[in-house]
Design a protein around this ligand. Structure first.
Ligand SMILES: Cc1cc2nc3c(=O)[nH]c(=O)nc-3n(C[C@H](O)[C@H](O)[C@H](O)COP(=O)(O)OP(=O)(O)OC[C@H]3O[C@@H](n4cnc5c(N)ncnc54)[C@H](O)[C@@H]3O)c2cc1C
Length: 304
């Protein structure tokens, strides 16, 4: 891997604030945890994404794609190689009758606001999920009985050969917090979301109700990555953790939230090591107490 040569070539088509060296991942994750990424690229155009991949592959630089970092735990030594952050700078969206076509970096909150302002129903469930559209497609994000699977029509991706192709909803293999994107090297570029014409006041009321429930039940004033574990079939992870007597349990500054045992929160200076140790202890104790094996929902990346 030749980072210096790659950096020089990248500066040929990226602005200085679009290519950052040694960038702390704490600034880019909702957990506020993580060591530095060697390079971070923040594209604003499809062409920049394609060109960046060409340069990085040519110099054998490993690449990780991220959205808003709300489901990521970055280890303490950070990320070797490059992170391509597809976020607000790549977030153009257009309403097309009862549908929305949007770039992957748009935040779900902005997307659901756009749907509301166009009196389009179907995205209310997503209004409080703090990720991008690309992250939500990858994770098949969902809440309150809705999930991305219900609204996605097609997605355009950049594949491993650096060519753009369109995947129909049936090709996305959307399941509980999973999609074909997760175990591939594909990058979500755009998505087409099919909604229904609805009533502005009803859509707004539903968003307000979901917001109220989140504020009441989730520890939103602390950094976290949302639910730390996937929901095991037939159970709730938070209840299993609480029943094992782990509410409030701490490793360093990582804590099982007192408000919602399914969340691990950062009390201030938690390290990735603290969180991973807490995850392991929770898994072991829940297994002992209930026989259920918890699987982390949060994606753990980077160098230990
Ligand atoms: C307070 C809080 C509440 C939450 N509530 C919910 C909830 O109700 N429901 C829910 O499902 N989730 C929830 N989450 C988790 C998180 O917001 C979702 O998983 C979200 O979809 C992640 O999006 P992101 O853009 O932040 O992705 P990131 O965390 O940046 O990345 C997640 C994964 O997606 C990949 N990825 C991201 N963008 C792209 C792209 N353009 N192309 C290819 N791969 C990509 C990354 O490589 C990584 O594997 C919550 C998180 C927090 C902090």
């Amino acid at each position: 891997m030749n980072l210096d040569k790659a950096y020089k070539e990248l500066t040929g088509f990226l602005q200085p604030d679009q290519i950052l060296k040694n960038e702390s991942m704490k600034k880019h994750t909702s957990f506020r945890i993580g060591g530095p990424a060697d390079l971070m690229i923040i594209p604003s155009e499809t062409e920049q994404i394609v060109k960046a991949f060409n340069v990085l592959r040519e110099h054998n630089i490993p690449v990780m794609v991220m959205g808003n970092g709300s489901n990521l735990l970055v280890r303490d030594k950070g990320i070797r190689g490059a992170v391509i952050k597809i976020a607000e700078r790549y977030s153009h969206a257009e309403v097309k009758y009862d549908s929305i076509q949007a770039q992957a970096g748009i935040l779900l909150s902005a997307l659901s606001r756009l749907a509301l302002n166009s009196s389009l129903a179907g995205l209310e469930f997503a209004s409080g999920i703090p990720g991008t559209l690309g992250g939500a497609v990858t994770m098949n994000a969902g809440a309150y009985g809705g999930e991305m699977k219900d609204v996605l029509q097609w997605v355009s991706v950049l594949d491993e050969d650096n060519s753009i192709k369109v995947l129909d909803r049936n090709q996305l293999e959307l399941g509980y917090r999973t999609s074909i994107i997760q175990n591939s090297n594909m990058v979500v570029l755009e998505a087409f979301i099919k909604l229904q014409k609805g009533d502005y006041d009803q859509i707004k009321a539903l968003i307000q109700e979901y917001t109220r429930r989140r504020q009441e039940k989730q520890p939103l004033s602390y950094p976290s990555a949302g639910s730390a574990f996937k929901r095991p079939v037939g159970y709730y992870a938070g209840k299993l953790i609480q029943d094992a007597g782990l509410k409030g349990m701490r490793v360093g500054d990582a804590q099982v939230s007192e408000l919602h045992s399914g969340f691990i929160i950062n009390l201030g200076n938690a390290t990735a090591c603290d969180v991973i140790e807490l995850i392991e202890q929770i898994k072991a104790k829940v297994k002992e107490n209930s026989g259920v094996e918890l699987q982390p929902e949060v994606k753990i990346v980077g160098e230990a």
